[in-house]
Design a binder for this molecule. Structure first.
Ligand SMILES: Cc1cc2nc3c(=O)[nH]c(=O)nc-3n(C[C@H](O)[C@H](O)[C@H](O)COP(=O)(O)OP(=O)(O)OC[C@H]3O[C@@H](n4cnc5c(N)ncnc54)[C@H](O)[C@@H]3O)c2cc1C
Length: 302
């Protein structure tokens, strides 16, 4: 007889991602605390963590690994004396931003418009033109794959552009350093940040935001940039002639070249093919390899 843990709540569970395409999880668990998360690790040490699905593409065949949603790890507590907000990994970032702005706590408003859970934002070091989550991190709490508790202080984390080095851990929470601010000034700042995003990015389309990281050039490229310079992947994609390119149900956004979008009812496989085609064209044109920012889950474990 197969033992099924009580927190494995769904079989053949749909995996909600912002691409709105892709397959299901054979098994989905929603552990209510760290002890249940440890039990989930006992069942499948290779388990996959689902955040808000905003940087995720799941292949059409779905995944066989146990998928774990940490949505139950949703607590937050403000310690005014220490200036630290303790948050669970499952807390929704946009909702937290609204709350901290309302409470007059500054630091997260620069991340306005980024869909994420706290765990997903930390592992991706989510950010943009106005800042990145690393700027407010004091410490990160996690479990390793053996179920051991891990605490990483800010100076022990290798944060850099869209990188945290935390990928092998299962983030369970964090302490964020916020500072008191005037709620109406913070609200104005948040509005500016959101307006900038809405102007420059197709926020309503089915996507994972930027599909590729902005690459650092390894050599000087005429009219593009100099060696060591980080350049816009969207600009390279446009100039490689990919803007508006369509493969089946997937296309390169005409608004922002680094946004690959999927039609409603489309196929993840088309997006996967489009990712490869854009990488090929940019490499053929400029000799620059584009590194994927979007995480792809598949049975083959890409
Ligand atoms: C419209 C749109 C706009 C966007 N704009 C931006 C932007 O401006 N800047 C930016 O940086 N990103 C942007 N993104 C991408 C996305 O918002 C971020 O990458 C975000 O951090 C993803 O968080 P998530 O919780 O949705 O993670 P998911 O997409 O669910 O997962 C992403 C990866 O993180 C892992 N992960 C999630 N939670 C945990 C955890 N607790 N512990 C360990 N690993 C975990 C997953 O296993 C997966 O590998 C955008 C996306 C969309 C759809």
């Amino acid at each position: 007889m197969t033992f099924i843990a009580p927190f494995i709540t769904e079989f053949q569970a749909p995996l909600p991602t912002w691409f709105k395409v892709g397959g299901r999880a054979d098994r989905l668990a929603r552990p209510r605390d760290e002890s249940e998360l440890r039990s989930a690790l006992d069942i499948d040490p290779e388990l996959l963590i689902l955040g808000d699905g905003a940087n995720l593409l799941v292949d059409d065949d779905g995944v066989s690994q146990l998928v774990v949603s940490l949505s139950a790890l949703g607590t937050f507590r403000w310690d005014a004396a220490a200036g630290l907000l303790t948050v669970g990994a499952g807390v929704n970032l946009p909702k937290l931003i609204t709350k901290t702005v309302r409470e007059g706590l500054s630091g997260l408003e620069v991340l306005g418009g980024i869909p994420a859970t706290i765990g997903g934002a930390l592992v991706m070091n989510a950010g943009g033109a106005f800042g990145q989550i690393a700027d407010v991190v004091h410490a990160v709490y996690a479990l390793d794959r053996a179920g051991r508790a891990v605490v990483r202080r800010r100076d022990e984390i290798e944060f850099s552009y869209r990188h945290s080095g935390l990928n092998d851990l299962i983030i369970t929470g964090a302490q964020l350093r916020l500072t008191p601010g005037d709620p109406s000034a913070l609200r104005e700042r948040l509005k500016e940040v959101m307006a900038y995003k809405k102007r420059s990015q197709p926020m309503a389309d089915n996507s994972a935001g930027c599909a590729f990281k902005n690459p650092t050039l390894l050599t000087d490229i005429d009219g593009v940039g100099t060696s060591g310079q980080r350049v816009s992947a969207g600009m390279l994609i446009d100039r490689a002639g990919c803007k508006g390119l369509r493969l089946g149900s997937a296309s390169v956004s005409p608004v922002h070249g680094n946004f690959l979008t999927a039609d409603d009812g489309g196929k993840a496989r088309d997006v996967i093919r489009l990712i490869a085609e854009v990488q090929r064209r940019v490499f053929d044109t400029f000799g620059v390899p584009l590194e994927r920012e979007v995480v792809v889950w598949s049975r083959a474990g890409r």
